[in-house]
Design a protein around this ligand. Sequence first.
Ligand code: FAD
Length: 522
Amino acid sequence: MMTGASAGMPVPDRLRAAVGADGIVTDPERLAGLSHDVAGPAGALPLCVVAPETLPALQRAVAAATESGLAIVPRGGGMSYTGGYAPSAEGSVLFDMSRLSAVAEIDTANRHAIVEAGCTWASLHDALRSTGFRPPSFGPLSGGASTVGGAVSHNAMFFGSGSAGSIAGSVLGLEVVLSDGRLLHTGVLRPEAVDALPHGPDPTGLFVGDCGAFGVKARIALRLAPVAGGEAFLSTAFDDPLAMLDAQTALAGRPGLGECFSFDRQAHRNILDRRIGFREKLGAVSGVARGTGGLARAARLPAEGLGFLERADYSLHLSVDGDDARHAAARAEALRAELAQRGGADLPDTIPRVTRARPFGPITALLGPRGENWLPVHGALGLARAAGCMAALQDRFQTVAGDMAEAGVTCTVLTVLAPRCVLVEPQFFWPDRLSPFHLAHATPEQVRLYRETPENPRARALVFELRNAAADILQAHGAAHMQIGRYYPLLSRLTPAQADIHRRIRAALDPDGRMNPGVLEG
Ligand SMILES: Cc1cc2nc3c(=O)[nH]c(=O)nc-3n(C[C@H](O)[C@H](O)[C@H](O)COP(=O)(O)OP(=O)(O)OC[C@H]3O[C@@H](n4cnc5c(N)ncnc54)[C@H](O)[C@@H]3O)c2cc1C
């Protein structure tokens, strides 16, 4: 429940001076939009949002907030859904990283890039385009708007994750502003230098997945690897979701697997119904393809568009990398044969092909196909545990199928494969009013089309109940969560020794408890 916030509290002069007049927002409407995530509003509006433009300004602003007794809440692209940047209590400052967004260094000879934490994956992708290099795990699906700092703070995964896993394996070092304003270098990063390896014990991992609880990431060194010489794609239809999940998990760790993700019947319906979304990507890619013969051949898009999804109940989509096109095609063919043995039937490969061709477009998925609200919940499961968890989720949703249909709630379950785990993500859709978050982040066309949608408290209550039920089921099957934020429990899942060490580390880094209070608790 949002309270009257920090209304009436003055913004400290030192904080204003640190970021300059154009680096501070105090307008309540903008504060509401920037502190509200897709799952709901902040517990209290921040006193202000600051957007430092330089590293010294960030350090001065963090120190000023701490000395003024204010909480520091970092915000990247705002694309998360577990309250990580939604302050829990009054007296906080939201640190908007959007003006610290440069690609600072690309060093292909030494196989690293250094970015400011507010750099989006789209910007990094563009900057690396002509180099022939990229990070092995190269961003989440939200990378058109989400930042490298946000992904590292969540240990996100998607592009490249079939072989490279989550972003953790691509992070070489960090520069982190601690709550007193000091700058901590980790991993290979040192002042004015980049080491070949971390020199001695390396705390980088502490800050990966910390949801901003340990400090504000200012700069990040990422590993670069050569982009594969060839890529191939395949899509396979299945009749049964558990057979598909078995087939998907059996592919874990296969060489060259880039992305490996699945859709269900409801997801197919959503793609086909969506006025704004994948069809636009497809249009953009085929538009480019029509323009040039080479790309047209490379894109190889079927004339029927996405109509094949109407024939498939469940579908698995793979991108496969190889030394050259023939190598990638041979790898893909071996995987196709294996999936066929497990009951998979060939589909056109449009979905993985277009997803790779245009990885980081505008974000249209913040609303459902007809402007519905959207809320995901996820868990990363051990490969052998995924099928049991999926069956339990399906059973749970089945018991409330009547209520869901009556309230207009739909659910789809996305799965994404990494070498040692599979991400299982139920996503709920329901007709409801647009929130301040949607008004700030949905596309202008979505806002125009759907801004008059009325409140739907009944459907919303059902969705939040189902989200909690799904989180319980995922946790009962041993799921780990990537964006713990203010939603998923942490301390209660640790052993007493782990919880004690966690608290001591947090207190050592942030003795006054100023850094994003409320995350990594529970
Ligand atoms: C449409 C959509 C698709 C998505 N797809 C994926 C996907 O494919 N894979 C996936 O893993 N997730 C996905 N997500 C979830 C989310 O977008 C990712 O976790 C993303 O990495 C969040 O980055 P962000 O910049 O938006 O961070 P924010 O949402 O702004 O912040 C996330 C957390 O990190 C902290 N933080 C942000 N920047 C910093 C910083 N510089 N220093 C310290 N802490 C910081 C914040 O305090 C907060 O706790 C998706 C979300 C959406 C809406």
